[in-house]
Design a protein around this ligand. Structure first.
Ligand SMILES: C[S@@+](CC[C@H](N)C(=O)[O-])C[C@H]1O[C@@H](n2cnc3c(N)ncnc32)[C@H](O)[C@@H]1O
Length: 280
């Protein structure tokens, strides 16, 4: 029988999985690795790009990131992967620390920093987010995480470490999957199983309101902005957004969401993605 429930994994398994995953970028061309605000915006606005599927989530997070001056800010790109967000902020003048469990991810992200001309403002740290002894208390003005916290909340101490390294008055901005919708969670897990996604990918936690409450209790103010209810069916069209019929369908679903979520706010908690903005 198909088993949908997640299997607990440890940090070593997750590191090994992501080292293997990010190894594919080690042979990428210099052009493909360049990263700045322009390449970032192109990725989310071009229906042929992988970033297009998450454009509402990423546009919303970007607006909140750029709502305050970025230049000179000490930013932690939390679980940075290959560093798109941190490098883009580095190009805007931030002093960026790229943090990821995977040394291979950090290696790729630092090569990208050099290619993008921001190596002087960017450092990389390969470490487990549940033990950030490498950082001082209050070291960062801004912590940003994309598809990040749902990987780390399962590790004891990770929430406390995130809070510790953010200065009082500092901001936390997250772009995350949202996991209150049981039907959507069932479909997600079914899809992962069918596609053979390994348990070690660490997708076992689908960030719910209770996980967020555990994090946000440490913050003075917080705003949770759910996105995409009907439009989560976009997952069925992955890689096909350049098709005009698919694109029009997606736009219609997004328009329907805008109306539905305005007239029925309780539905918001069943959306599939969320942007969180909090101040410590
Ligand atoms: C889905 S990827 C997101 C990467 C990137 N933020 C992005 O948006 O493309 C999740 C990342 O979390 C990292 N990660 C998982 N557990 C971690 C931990 N305990 N400490 C630090 N990073 C971790 C993984 O190595 C992986 O790069």
């Amino acid at each position: 029988m198909l088993r949908l429930s997640p299997v607990p994994i440890d940090v070593g398994q997750e590191r090994q999985f992501y080292d293997g995953w990010y190894a594919q970028f080690q042979t990428a061309s210099d052009d493909a690795l360049l990263c700045n605000l322009e390449t970032f915006r192109r990725d989310i606005s071009d229906p042929r790009s992988p970033g297009f599927e998450r454009r509402l989530l990423h546009q919303t997070a970007l607006e909140h990131l750029l709502a305050f001056p970025i230049s000179g800010c000490n930013v932690l790109d939390y679980c940075c992967g290959t560093g798109d967000w941190g490098l883009m902020l580095g190009c805007l003048g931030a002093n960026v620390t790229l943090l990821d469990l995977s040394p291979v991810a950090i290696q790729v992200a630092l090569r990208r920093a050099k290619l993008s001309g921001v190596e002087g403002r960017v450092r990389g740290v390969a470490a487990d987010a549940s033990n950030l002894a490498c950082f001082r208390d209050s070291e960062f003005d801004l912590i940003f995480g994309s598809a990040a916290v749902h990987h780390t909340v399962k590790y004891p101490g990770a929430v406390e470490e995130l809070v510790r390294v953010l200065r009082p008055g500092g901001r936390l901005i997250l772009a995350e999957t949202y996991g209150n919708n049981r039907l959507l969670n069932f479909v997600r897990r079914l899809r992962w199983r069918i596609s053979g996604l390994a348990d070690d990918a660490g997708e076992d936690v689908l960030l719910s309101d209770s996980d967020l409450a555990r994090l946000l209790q440490h913050f003075r103010t917080s705003r949770v902005m759910p996105l995409n209810f009907l439009a989560m069916t976009k997952r069925l069209f992955r890689g096909r957004f350049a098709n005009p019929v698919v694109l029009q369908t997606l736009r219609s679903l997004e328009a329907a969401d805008r109306t539905l979520l305005r007239i029925c706010p309780p539905l918001r908690r069943y959306c599939g993605e969320v942007v969180v903005v909090a101040e410590k």
